[in-house]
Design a protein around this ligand. Structure first.
Ligand code: PDD
Length: 287
């Protein structure tokens, strides 16, 4: 049985109820995080909590819990759920209002919800063969750095990708590739690892930022730069990153085979560094 947290209480997920006047339900007025858990330990928790604070500030919701309270609640949630490897989802909405009005209601108390699902066991790196991605125009809003629950464009774009037989949509804005529908984007060209700089056109991914750190610490040539559509198609390697997909190599983009259609050498190096980080947290060494 899956256990959830709702407004101060742990309860079976199927019993968790939110009133229909919740602004998350009516307006998508809220923010969220997805945090991977390895061997019962929340991976990069401080980074997720920092981004949550930024998202809450950006949509002007008062912090409902202190950092310490988030940590103890999330750890308890993980302990109450089965499985060493989990994906924790947490969401904060502006809360329940007396009437439907776009403007913030007075005296609204945020709704805090969290749940956890089990993560499939990690795949052997040698068995990863790469995924297909398709490009689509980015029709999202201009504040993509906020991790808002209002995800209709992302939902439609991901479904368009699935309908095209692909795993993910890579989004093109003003001639530049910014990120995936639910992932960040990296390319490798002539040994140089490149990702677009953080800003309002993309989510500052926790996985992305870890890869930036790993590149710096392991002398992998790296730069933050805009990636034109032509550069994307001419890349030697393309990767998509997220907390749940980790580092996914793209081997087919629209009709174009990337490199020789196999995950590239820089990906192999980076995924082994990423696995080292996961092993370290499993041993309780790092967060
Ligand atoms: N999504 N960009 C977008 C638009 C995303 O939705 C996500 C993650 C990322 C990667 O961020 P991170 O590395 O912090 O997971 C980038 C989550 C996993 C989701 O919506 O389920």
């Amino acid at each position: 049985m899956s256990i959830a947290f709702l407004n101060g209480e742990f309860l079976p997920l199927e019993d968790a109820r939110v009133p229909v006047m919740d602004r998350g339900f009516l307006f998508g007025d809220g923010v969220y995080e997805v945090i991977p858990v390895y061997a019962g330990k929340l991976f990069r928790l401080d980074h997720h909590l920092k981004r949550l604070r930024n998202s809450l500030d950006a949509i002007r919701i008062e912090k409902p819990l202190s950092n310490e309270d988030w940590k103890s609640m999330l750890n308890e949630l993980v302990n109450r759920n089965e499985g060493a490897d989990q994906a924790v989802y947490l969401q904060v909405t502006r809360g329940v209002a007396a009437k439907r009005d776009h403007a913030f209601p007075p005296d609204c108390k945020p709704t805090v919800f969290a749940m956890s699902s089990s993560m499939p066991p990690s795949v052997d790196i040698d068995k990863i063969s790469g995924v297909t991605a398709v490009t689509f125009p980015d029709n999202r809003w201009k504040l993509c750095n906020i991790k808002a629950i209002t995800l209709l464009p992302n939902v439609l774009l991901r479904q368009q990708a699935i309908d095209a037989g692909a795993a993910e949509a890579i989004l093109i804005r003003d001639g530049y590739a910014v990120e995936g529908a639910a992932s960040n984007l990296f390319i490798v060209k002539d040994g140089m690892l490149i990702t677009p700089p953080n800003g309002p056109t993309l989510l500052p991914g926790v996985t992305r930022d870890l890869l930036v750190e790993l590149a710096a610490n392991h002398a992998i040539p790296f730069r933050e730069a805009d990636i034109s559509e032509a550069e994307l198609f001419n890349a030697d390697e393309i990767w998509l990153t997220s907390s749940t997909r980790e580092i996914s190599p793209v081997t087919l983009l629209d009709e174009t085979v990337i490199s020789d259609g196999k995950p590239g050498p820089v990906w192999k190096h980076m995924i082994s560094l990423y696995q080292d980080c996961k092993s370290a947290i499993r041993r309780g060494e790092a967060g």
